[in-house]
Design a protein. Structure first.
Length: 448
């Protein structure tokens, strides 16, 4: 089977490389010639462990190549995966589906044969039905081009593994031939036991939106409880463990801290609310605005903690460890860590940011912050150290090592990854979101 992947961003580049790994002949298409040239050399504009190697391997063995030509893939491929972006529309909550629409139109105009288009992009429910109309309208005479929906659930940082061994495969189609084709594409993971769900377009689209909304809700749920444990003096990590061991609840996505960010969860909960409103069901997804508010309040809270520990922010020197929205990523889109750094800076603090991979992206977005080349440089002059993204090298920090690098004896654990006692025993003033912190710090003065 010959397969094209339209759009070579995070999703598309990973999907194309993984299809080649599964043994297919694959062509990745992007309208950006510079991106295509870089990808052909295995150079990615983002950090994703294992992906550059996989691309290089399959470019070298000829199974994977890249193009900018719809005409080329139109006559060549049996199957076309749609992996273009659906960013938030400027000034609105809703997703911009114009790139998927353009891609389907371009494919329809350039496919002279029978083929199947398979949507993977995250879209508002109802989009696939509309795309089918676009396909119908622009289809070449005699060409038999179908559409199926197959949402993607990969996580940044684990993209290759998530694609090769997904938790589930969702197929939105009512055509047995299309289903058979897609089952052939995913034969390997299916053989390894990945369950397949076959459903209609709408449910397939909604599974994706609902999964991200549920994950965001789970994170905000535990973070809302942090607001309570902070006041009464409980420990949010133990609380999360206590509920997570209930098999009906499950322990994952209950890591309390600075909350969620990135290119997906924040955008997708906004898009789901916007879509629900369009459908006249504004009330059904209204709770997601609370989910978002709770998420943003954690950032305020981190700034508040810093202020309380330092007395005042103006002229205080703060080392912010972490800028990426999560570890093993250089993505700073909607990053809680970077947002806190900017808030501290705007409040008058002197902020030095260090992230093992995201410094470049962060400094492009916020050039006014100072960026350090390593932990040592970031903390050297600091009055306060804040761990805001849980990179391994920060999780492994110990008071013994850190106090060789800085005279600061104040630390905030924004991701609940450090052992409080270790720090307080070593004489540090320690604070964490949702946990008891240094005795000198009085709950009653905080206010939530
Ligand atoms: C998310 C979903 O997990 C994927 O399934 C989905 O395919 C993807 O969005 C997408 O729509 O493309 P991703 O954005 O890579 O993946 O990030 P996650 O690993 O889900 O983390 C999201 C955010 O939640 C991060 O900022 C992370 O730090 C935060 N988080 C996660 C917590 O604060 N606590 C947790 O317990 C878990």
């Amino acid at each position: 089977m010959k397969i094209s992947v339209v759009g070579t961003g995070y999703l598309g580049a990973t999907h194309a490389a993984c299809l080649a790994e599964m043994g297919f002949e694959v062509v990745g298409l992007d309208i950006d010639p510079l991106k295509i040239a870089a990808l052909a050399n295995g150079e990615l504009p983002f950090h994703e462990p294992g992906l550059p190697e996989l691309i290089r391997e399959h470019v070298a063995n000829g199974r994977l190549r890249f193009t900018t030509s719809y005409e080329e893939i139109g006559s060549w491929a049996d199957l076309h995966f749609l992996a273009v972006g659906t960013p938030q529309r400027a000034g609105e909550q809703a997703a911009d589906t114009s790139f998927v629409e353009d891609a389907v139109r371009s494919l329809a105009e350039n496919i002279p044969r029978s083929a199947l288009i398979v949507g993977k992009s995250t879209v508002p429910v109802g989009t696939a039905r509309r795309l089918q109309d676009i396909l119908q309208l622009h289809r070449r005479p005699g060409a038999d081009v179908g559409l199926a929906w197959n949402p993607e659930f990969l996580r940044e940082g684990f993209a290759v593994n998530d694609t090769l061994s997904p938790d589930r495969i969702v197929l939105g189609t009512d055509d047995p031939e299309h289903e058979a084709l897609l089952r052939a594409v995913y034969a390997k993971p299916i053989r390894q036991g990945t369950p397949v769900i076959v459903t209609d377009f709408e449910t397939a689209e909604l599974v994706k939106a609902a999964a991200n909304a549920f994950l965001a809700t789970k994170i905000s749920f535990i973070n809302a409880l942090s607001e309570i444990t902070e006041v009464v003096g409980g420990d949010i990590r133990t609380l999360a463990q206590g509920i997570g061991l209930d098999a009906r609840i499950g322990a994952s996505f209950l890591r309390a801290g600075l909350g969620f960010g990135g290119g997906c969860l924040p955008k997708d909960i906004r898009a789901l609310q916007a879509r629900a409103s369009e459908l006249g069901q504004e009330r059904s997804m209204r709770f997601l605005s609370d989910v978002e508010e709770i998420n943003l309040r954690r950032r305020e809270r981190a700034v508040h903690l810093a202020t309380s520990m330092l007395g005042e922010l103006v002229s205080s020197k703060i080392a912010v460890l972490g800028a990426a929205f999560k570890p093993n990523s250089d993505d700073v889109r909607d990053s809680p860590a970077l947002d806190v750094a900017v808030r501290l800076f705007d409040a008058g603090a002197d902020v030095a940011v260090y992230d093992p991979k995201a410094n470049a992206n962060a400094s492009r977005r916020f050039p006014r912050l100072t960026y350090a080349e390593n932990v040592e440089q970031a903390v050297a002059e600091a009055d306060l150290v804040m761990v805001l993204t849980e990179w391994k090298e920060f999780v492994e920090l110990s008071p013994e090592n850190l106090q060789l690098l800085t005279s600061a004896r104040k630390i905030i654990d924004g991701r609940n990854v450090l052992r409080a006692e270790e720090w307080t025993d070593a004489g540090w003033e320690f604070a964490a979101l949702g946990r008891k912190y240094a005795p000198a710090y009085e709950y009653s003065t905080i206010g939530v």
